[in-house]
Design a protein around this ligand. Structure first.
Ligand code: SF4
Ligand code: SF4
Length: 136
């Protein structure tokens, strides 16, 4: 069975610069799509990616990452909307490149589907009451 998950990888300085992601493809036959990267040699790095492959290989790949010291988070935990702050103004609907926000016609409420989010951060800046937050 194939799985596809979006994850956030935190690289400690000693791991940044090692061909860790290359080994996911070579040793575990996993496919990856990098959504966001800020990795510089000798410093902490961060990588948001979609990782896909056979469940068994995926699990081994994640185990390998953990063993080399990479911390892994699931992406859905990282972009959140503070429901108490959201005024349903709709500013985020047009700015989100992946259509993660939509207007519910009956209630005129703005819905947020975090499974479509690619963590670009645009809604965080665009939201007037600062209801959107990105955590890494
Ligand atoms: S921009 Fe902010 S306040 Fe407006 S609908 Fe989107 S999340 Fe809610
Ligand atoms: S972070 Fe980007 S992709 Fe995610 S909901 Fe906000 S605008 Fe959309």
């Amino acid at each position: 069975m194939d799985v596809s998950r979006r994850i956030v990888l935190h690289f400690p300085p000693r791991v940044t610069g090692q061909p860790v992601v290359y080994r996911l493809a070579r040793d575990f036959r996993l496919r990856f799509n990098i959504l966001k990267a800020s990795v510089s040699p000798g410093q902490e790095g961060l990588l948001v990616m979609e990782l896909s492959g056979k469940q068994e290989n995926y699990d081994k790949g994640i185990q390998f990452l953990t063993e080399v010291g990479v911390q892994i988070q699931s992406l859905s935990q990282d972009v959140v909307r503070d429901e108490a702050r959201c005024t349903h103004c709709g500013a985020c609907i047009t700015i989100c490149p992946t259509g993660a926000f939509s207007l519910e016609p009956k209630t005129r409420k703005v819905l947020f589907d975090d499974s479509k989010c690619v963590v670009c951060g645009l809604c965080v800046k665009a939201c007037p009451p600062r209801a959107m937050r990105v955590y890494f």
